[in-house]
Design a protein around this ligand. Structure first.
Ligand code: MTE
Ligand code: MO
Length: 387
């Protein structure tokens, strides 16, 4: 499957959708154990692990990873202001602000603009060891954002494109002497060039089915290769403006604080959460006879990989075998490694990925000066107990 949303693909996938509907996306299968195969437990996994810690939160049990399509009811879900219920029949997307032609589009009108498909994964920027459960991957269908923005016609001074969700919440007003709150929507923005680039799209389906309420029904923004925060769910309005958008979730939340030594002095640098930092982790280990099978996940911003390696205890780094079914540019990549003669007892397994620019997933020590927990892509040392 092609990952780029070219006009040709658009036409092709529209036709394919019309012909076969949602058929074609294989069903999810839980990892099956072969005769004699047993799961090797992780001793660093939390005893009280609960994949659904609250009605509006769900993590994906990464130990069950098997392939490309995370089913909707297993896809992680997280949001700040609860789940709005939207009626698809009366839903409208507004495109407003510095545009030649403000638009109001129904869901049907949006669907008629395109049905491009892309296999992609993303994680919440807060996703981290030991469980790494704020991650998912699937086939998304939608309309290139560019198509909608071109239709509205961005004015020359439209420098910032803001995306508002339907979800609202009270925010305390700062710089006021008495406590006071106002209700605001979840909002995120993209700079004009990024918004008009080929890849961001407005998704209305996951794995061939309409988005569920949790995933942002009926429409959400997807920015391929970026962390989850910009993927605005329950999208109700796209607003073009000249000024930078300084809403809470854009300008105050989702920041990384990292120290950099400059001329012997620590400088504190704050950066915005955008592209997914190269990450790999061991997700599952099983044993059959003497040998163990290690399965892991790699996710990044789409930069091609150079290598993925694993290390058992203090042994040498060893190359893994990449799963030939997980090759989509922005999708997660799965890997396997055969751990020969895995002896009974406690062991550690760590993986590290390197991309073609030479960037190597950092060790925990190398990320020591990153003081906030977002973008935590360390080489995760997994602890296991072989029976
Ligand atoms: N409208 C809206 N969109 C949102 C959010 C939100 O709170 N409201 N949370 C963001 C964050 S932080 C993440 S990680 C992803 C999670 O997407 P998912 O629930 O489909 O996994 O949605 C993003 N989009
Ligand atoms: Mo997130």
């Amino acid at each position: 499957m092609d990952n780029q949303m070219t006009r040709r693909d658009l036409v092709k996938s529209t036709l394919a959708l019309a012909a076969v509907g949602s058929i074609g996306v294989p069903d999810w299968v839980l990892p099956a154990l072969a005769q004699g195969e047993v799961v090797v437990p992780f001793t660093d996994w939390p005893d009280n692990y609960n994949p659904t810690p609250a009605p509006d939160r769900r993590t994906f049990d990464t130990r069950n990873v098997t392939g490309v399509y995370t089913p909707a009811d297993k896809f992680f879900t997280t949001q700040h202001l609860g789940h709005p219920e939207i009626d698809g029949a009366t839903y409208k997307l507004r495109v407003s602000g510095l545009v030649d032609k403000p638009l109001t589009l129904t869901l049907d009108e949006i669907k008629k603009l395109g049905a491009a498909k892309m296999i992609l994964g993303f994680e919440c920027s807060g996703n981290r060891p030991p469980t790494q459960g704020l991650i998912g991957n699937g086939e998304w269908t939608g309309v290139p954002l560019k198509t909608v923005l071109e239709r509205a016609g961005l004015k020359a001074n439209a420098r910032e494109i803001v995306f508002f969700g339907t979800d609202k919440g009270e925010e305390e007003v700062e710089w006021r002497t008495s406590k006071y709150k106002v209700e605001q929507q979840y909002g995120r923005s993209l700079q004009r060039d990024k918004a008009m680039s080929a890849e961001p799209f407005l998704a209305y389906a996951l794995n061939g089915e309409p988005l569920t309420k949790h995933q942002g029904f009926p429409l959400r923004l997807i920015v391929p290769g970026w962390y989850g925060a910009p993927n605005v769910k329950w999208l109700s309005q796209i607003h073009a403006q000249e000024d930078q958008y300084l809403g809470k979730f854009q300008a105050r939340w989702y920041r990384t604080l990292k120290g950099e030594m400059i001329d012997g002095e620590m400088k504190w640098v704050e950066t915005a959460i955008t592209k997914i930092h190269l990450k790999s982790f061991v997700a599952r280990v099983t044993k059959n006879g003497a040998d163990a099978k290690v399965t892991g996940v790699v996710l990044n911003d789409g930069t091609p990989l150079k290598s993925v390696e694993v290390k058992i205890d203090d042994g040498p780094w060893q190359p893994v075998t990449m799963d030939p079914q997980t090759t989509a540019k922005y999708g997660w990549k799965l890997f396997n490694y055969t751990w020969k003669a895995a002896a009974a007892g406690a062991h550690t397994i760590v993986s590290r990925a390197t991309d073609i620019t030479g960037y190597v997933q950092p060790t925990e020590q190398e990320l020591e000066n990153k003081k906030s927990f977002l973008e935590h892509n360390i080489q995760q040392v997994r602890k296991v107990m072989v029976g």
